[in-house]
Design a protein around this ligand. Structure first.
Ligand SMILES: Cc1ncc(COP(=O)(O)O)c(C=O)c1O
Length: 364
C-alpha cells in the first residue's frame, strides 16, 4: 500500500517524512540556478523551521536565511546559523528586548515599512548603545505590509541613513500575489511588474546618494520569473526544498522541484469503501485544499476532523484495511511542518535521521 513500509517498526503515525535524496536534489537545483544566474540565494526558513535543512542550504552557498518571526530567528540562532533577515515588522518593547539579545549573537536585520517602525528601532539602538540593521519592506502589489511606493521608501531610507545607530541593508519587496498565481503568463507578468516597482524605488533611493546593498524578492513560484540582476541582488524562496501538492500543480515549479515530504497516516477504521485515517486538522494543513493520497489517486477525501480524515476508495481498487498505512501529500507544506516536532528522514529503504523542527510554533 505504501513504499515506506520499512518504517513500520520505527515510526508511529501521524508522522512527517522527508525523502532525503529528493530534498537534496531540490536544494541543489535552486543553488545551481542562483549560481548560474549570478543571483544570491537567501532561502526562507518558514517552510521547514528546521536548522538541519537551513544548514544544508547555507552549505550549498546560500548567503543567509529569511525568517518569518523573531521566534524562528531565535531557533536558527540557537543552532548557530545566520545571517538572518526577519521579513517582518518587529514591534513593541518585549520584542525589542529579544531583538537586542539576538543582535548580540548573530548578524540579524529586521524590516520596516513606516516611520513608527524606524523610530522604535532608533530608540532601541540608542538605548542599548548598539547598531541595528534594517531593511525597508516595499509593498509591491500583495497588499500586505510595506512602504507604499518609491517616495515613501525614500523617506524611510533617509530617516534610516540619518540615524547613526541604524545600518541600512537594503530593500525587500515580496510579490506574494504573483507567487500564488497559478497561470504562468499572469504570474510572470505580475512578478516582472513587482520587480520593476522595487527597482524604481531602489533607483530613487540611490539617486539621493544612499547606498542600497541588497534588493530582495521572489518565492518558489517566481524564483526564475522576471529575475533580472539589474533589479534584484537576491531571491528568497521557501517551499522549493520540500514542495507540496499545491505548488506541484504550478507550471515552471513542478519542472524543477519534486515532492520531498509526505505525512504518513494509518487507517484506523473502515466500512465498505469508506476509510478513516488517524490524521486531522491538528496534523495536516488544509488551507490550500484537502490533502490527497500518494500512489492512490482513486482515494477521494470527503471530510476532515481534528484527528480523523474520512476518505473513500475508488471502485475497482482495493480498499485499505485497518492498520494499513498511507502517505498523504501536504497541500501546504509550510503550515503542515509547523504542526510537527520532527521530520523523519529516509534514504532508499532506511530511516537515516530525525531532524527537530525547532522553529515550529514560535510565532512571537
Ligand atoms: C516574505 C516572504 N518571502 C518569501 C516567501 C516565499 O515563500 P515560498 O517560496 O514558499 O512561496 C514568502 C512566503 O510566504 C514570504 O512571505
Amino acid at each position: 500500500m505504501n513504499s515506506v513500509g520499512f518504517l513500520n517498526d520505527f515510526v508511529d503515525t501521524p508522522a512527517l517524512l522527508i525523502n532525503e535524496p529528493v530534498l537534496q536534489k531540490n536544494l541543489k537545483t535552486m543553488a545551481a540556478y542562483c549560481k548560474n544566474t549570478g543571483i544570491a540565494l537567501r532561502p526562507h526558513t518558514k517552510t521547514h523551521k528546521c536548522p538541519e535543512i537551513a544548514r544544508r542550504q547555507l552549505d550549498l552557498g546560500a548567503i543567509g536565511l529569511v525568517c518569518a518571526k523573531l521566534g524562528e530567528a531565535e531557533a536558527m540562532a540557537e543552532a548557530g546559523l545566520g545571517p538572518l533577515l526577519v521579513a517582518n515588522q518587529v514591534i513593541g518593547p518585549l520584542k525589542m528586548k529579544r531583538l537586542l539579545k539576538l543582535n548580540d549573537q548573530v548578524d540579524i536585520s529586521v524590516c520596516v515599512g513606516r516611520v513608527e517602525h524606524v523610530e522604535e528601532l532608533i530608540r532601541t539602538a540608542e538605548g542599548a548603545n548598539t547598531i541595528l540593521s534594517v531593511f525597508i519592506e516595499l509593498e509591491v502589489g500583495m497588499q500586505r505590509c510595506g512602504a507604499a511606493g518609491p517616495v515613501a521608501a525614500l523617506d524611510l531610507a533617509k530617516k534610516i541613513s540619518d540615524a547613526p545607530r541604524l545600518e541600512f541593508r537594503g530593500v525587500m519587496g515580496y510579490e506574494g500575489h504573483a507567487v500564488g498565481t497559478k497561470d504562468l503568463v499572469a504570474r510572470h507578468h505580475k512578478a516582472e511588474t513587482a520587480h520593476h516597482e522595487l527597482a524604481l524605488a531602489v533607483a530613487m533611493i540611490r539617486e539621493n546618494g544612499i547606498e542600497v546593498p541588497v534588493v530582495s524578492a521572489a518565492g518558489t513560484g517566481t524564483f526564475n520569473l522576471g529575475v533580472d540582476r539589474d533589479e534584484l541582488t537576491e531571491i528568497q524562496p521557501g517551499s522549493y526544498c520540500l514542495m507540496d501538492s499545491d505548488y506541484h500543480g504550478y507550471e515552471n515549479v513542478c519542472d524543477h522541484f519534486e515532492l520531498a515530504c509526505t505525512v504518513l497516516a494509518t487507517v484506523i477504521d473502515q466500512v465498505d469503501r469508506r476509510i478513516v485515517l488517524d490524521v486531522g486538522l491538528k496534523s495536516i494543513a488544509t488551507d490550500q485544499g484537502l490533502p490527497v493520497t500518494r500512489w492512490r489517486e482513486d482515494i477521494i477525501p470527503f471530510e476532515i476532523h481534528e484527528e480523523h480524515y474520512c476518505m473513500e476508495a475508488g471502485e475497482d481498487n482495493p480498499v485499505p484495511r485497518v492498520g494499513d498505512r498511507l502517505e498523504l501529500l501536504p497541500s501546504h507544506i509550510c503550515a503542515t511542518a509547523n504542526l510537527y516536532d520532527e521530520f523523519h528522514v529516509f534514504r532508499e529503504q532506511s530511516l537515516i535521521a530525525r531532524w527537530p523542527i525547532t522553529g515550529r510554533g514560535r510565532y512571537t
